[in-house]
Design a binder for this molecule. Sequence first.
Ligand code: URA
Length: 250
Amino acid sequence: MSAHVARSAKPLRLSQILFSQGFGTRRLCEGLIYNGLVRVAGELVEDPDAEFLPTGLVFEVDGKTWPFYDKALVMLHKPAGYECSQKPKHHPSVMSLLPPQLRERGVQPIGRLDEDTTGLLLLTDDGTLIHQLTSPKHHVPKIYEARCKHALTPAMVQQLLDGVELHEPEAKFSRPGEITQALAAEAVDETLLRLTLSEGKYHQVKRMVAAVGNRVEALHRPQFGALALPADLPVGEWRWVASPAEVWGQ
Ligand code: URA
């Protein structure tokens, strides 16, 4: 199965398994088992020391099914009105859309989407994966759909492909900005721009579109790397990603 489960190939105690999956302190995990709330392969298990091979294990806690993942990787269909920060300032955090078990495991967004951006957000508790997927070295393409205020012109699209200068929004003095290019850019209709970027700079799409004299009115991310937002994942809902290979496209 996935690299995310391969590391725990030796049998583990059921209480350890629940603990590793974010079900609270060891005592709480033992309590869930003693209280008859845990099933493995459909069978009630009341011994916290019963051992199971975690690889590929599926268990139930209080009637809800959980697959075992050594490292968690999930996708969220981010709604507008949620901040990616763990300590949000003006809106609830995307973390509030996840079950407590994932928060307990310490999952964090892989990169950020603005509060008003919708679409595919990945979250994980695997620090190495966060680093790899956000590092500019790896050039992981992200696709954005930007509904623009003004009609798109072929010149605007060409400028985005050739490279535009991004000014620092916070800079006190005007100074040359960084040049950034889209990997792909196309006008889908009069005002809908589809952009592929490999970096993840602050407000990057909005600043690139502003640099060509237009303005983003709504922004959506339908794809991160090779992983597309599933059409049947409702806004505000999350789902497991079985392996990072789905993001790398391997
Ligand atoms: N670029 C932006 O401007 N905002 C986002 O949320 C993502 C990319």
